[in-house]
Design a protein around this ligand. Structure first.
Ligand SMILES: Nc1nc2c(ncn2[C@@H]2O[C@H](COP(=O)(O)OP(=O)(O)OP(=O)(O)O)[C@@H](O)[C@H]2O)c(=O)[nH]1
Length: 302
């Protein structure tokens, strides 16, 4: 049997960071992972963080739950038929309900081959403190992702004071008293904590159907292409003008004086820039609500 872990957590909470670190630990232990990644948006940005020797299936513009559990089923079948691996890691989009995503991996086709260990949810601790600023649907999804986890990571703890850290753990534990909570930075979770999970989910299949929230979020994604370069300051100034309903941005931005577009990440007001050694297309994907009304920096209004 191959162990299967589902990585859940809202947009930008640290799932890909956790995934790359878990892959590293599995490899160190001599285990071979396979990965299924689901991106909400048109850029396969995160898959670039998975090394080439790892079997990878991606689903773009997907939400593992709504765009079809059949697709996930097909991806798992292809992996099982064509690849040698020991552990399957599935990163859901930040817009997926974890239990619906879990439902998608249950199939009589491979029930004998997969040992579904559980849902690991990465919660952005800073977002937790600001959760009342989220729209009701998004807040509800954020809570559901926490509520249904078998293991919880209170991530980005480096951005909080000690008293805030204690408050987050206490409050999150109140939402889900069954899961073990680990305070993390960059989603670093020791492998033995994942391995300790007891495949509890297989016993609760009936709960899974009743737990569906049935609310569909009005999240959209928008692909933005840049024709000219900016300074980092100009770009960040534009970001500060964006409404709080822009939850996530990632991609490559052309910056004056830099040979290649820079790797750019944004989650809840926090910006991260990294130089990129390969010439990537100057494009970012934005994820949020009411994105069509946003004026893109450097582009004339239409
Ligand atoms: N300060 C801080 N930043 C973090 C931490 N973990 C992740 N980040 C940053 O947060 C951003 C999003 O991290 P990802 O790992 O890509 O998050 P994700 O959940 O995979 O994002 P989506 O796939 O868009 O849902 C990146 O810029 C990370 O470098 C952390 O513990 N502390």
């Amino acid at each position: 049997m191959k162990d299967v872990y589902l990585f859940s957590g809202f947009l930008g909470s640290g799932k890909t960071s956790m995934l790359t670190d878990v892959i590293r630990q599995l490899k160190e232990k001599g285990l071979k992972p396979a990965v299924i990644m689901n991106e909400f948006g048109q850029l396969n940005f995160d898959s670039q963080s998975v090394e080439e020797d790892i079997p990878l299936k991606e689903m773009l513009e997907g939400c593992i739950c709504c765009s079809g559990s059949e697709k996930t089923e097909a991806q798992i079948q292809t992996l099982l038929a064509n690849e040698q691996f020991d552990v399957l890691l599935i990163e859901t989009t930040g817009a997926a309900h974890p239990v619906e995503a879990l439902d998608a991996v249950y199939s009589p086709l491979f029930a004998e081959q997969l040992n579904i260990k559980g849902i690991v949810t990465v919660a952005d601790s800073k977002l937790w403190l600001d959760r009342d600023k989220l729209s009701p649907q998004v807040k509800s999804l954020f809570l559901e992702q926490i509520r249904h986890a078998h293991l919880l990571l209170a991530n980005k703890i480096d951005l909080l004071t000690e008293s805030e850290q204690a408050k987050v753990v206490f409050e999150i534990q109140n939402v889900n008293s069954n899961a073990f909570i680990l305070q993390t930075t960059n989603g670093r979770v020791p492998l033995h904590l994942l391995e300790k999970l007891h495949s509890t989910v297989t016993n609760n299949k009936n709960d899974i159907h009743s737990a569906k929230i049935g609310v569909h979020l009005h999240l959209t994604s928008r692909l933005v292409e840049f024709q000219k370069s900016f300074t980092q300051d100009q770009f960040e100034e534009w970001i500060r003008t964006l409404p709080s309903t822009v939850y996530r941005m990632k991609g490559y931005v052309p910056i004056e004086g830099m040979k290649n577009p820079m790797l750019f990440q944004y989650a809840y007001g926090l910006v991260q820039w990294l130089p990129e050694y390969i010439r990537m297309q100057p494009k970012i994907v934005m994820i949020g609500e009411n994105l069509d009304q946003i004026q893109i920096f450097g582009q004339d209004s239409q």
